[in-house]
Design a protein around this ligand. Structure first.
Ligand code: BEZ
Length: 224
């Protein structure tokens, strides 16, 4: 089972969420989207993740990115758990519900279809739980990035925001972002561009780092 590959059109699934029913492509509209799954409601690591996602939601919105979570419990559980999450991240006085919808996938149908199941994690009834998947989907409805973490390792939502910045930049500019890049840092000129093309495309200048091989592939330019 290859699962979803980068560039695949994301399935146009139907789901029940804490904000009502969604048909995924209609929900996306022209936006980017971060879809993230969780092993289960009322679990400690998931609570910290959903709290961090709630705190960062305005930053994602600023970038035209919709967020949507998925957990294999009922809508009723999701609504009850949301109150704990808002209290955990001290947002209960600001809002009465999470700033993004949470999909209820009690039958695990969506989690199975999207390859999100964790083979090792079971709930108290012995039912399999979802892993911590992240899918970033572009406005063209194609998969741009996927991450898969085991249940025991919470994700870094600042990193997810950072990769959104990189994905949005590289979607429109012929650049790549180096390790640990942050918005505003210099970016890298991809090997597919000749020196002449790079000079024409990046009037701010192209700076090449010398290396023992003498090959000129470590080329930087200020972020366009
Ligand atoms: C958690 O969110 O804390 C968690 C959920 C399932 C397995 C392990 C940890």
């Amino acid at each position: 089972m290859p699962g979803l590959l980068l560039g695949d059109v994301f399935p146009n699934f139907h789901a029940e969420t804490t904000d009502g029913s969604i048909q995924f492509h209609d929900f996306l509209g022209d936006s980017w989207c971060v879809l993230f799954s969780h092993p289960g409601d009322f679990t400690p690591v998931c609570t910290t993740e959903l709290g961090r996602a709630a705190r960062l939601c305005a930053e994602f919105t600023k970038r035209g990115v919709k967020m949507v979570a998925l957990s294999v419990d009922s809508l009723e559980d999701h609504h009850d758990w949301s109150k704990d999450i808002l209290a955990y991240c001290s947002m209960e006085s600001e809002q009465s519900s999470l700033p993004y919808p949470v999909i209820a996938d009690q039958k695990r149908e969506l989690a199975l279809a999207l390859g999100m199941m964790d083979p090792d994690e079971k709930d108290k009834h012995g039912m399999p739980l979802t892993a911590r998947c992240v899918f970033i989907i572009g406005p063209d409805k194609k998969l741009k990035l996927s991450l898969l973490y085991p249940a025991s390792t919470g994700r870094n939502f600042d990193e997810i925001l950072r990769v959104v910045d990189s994905l949005q930049l590289t979607a429109t500019k012929r650049v790549a972002t180096p390790a640990d890049w942050q918005p505003g840092d210099s970016v890298m000129v991809p090997p597919s561009l000749s020196e002449a093309e790079a000079s024409a495309l990046f009037p701010a200048g192209v700076f090449t780092k010398e290396v023992p091989s003498k090959r000129k592939y470590l080329r930087y330019t200020p972020q366009p």
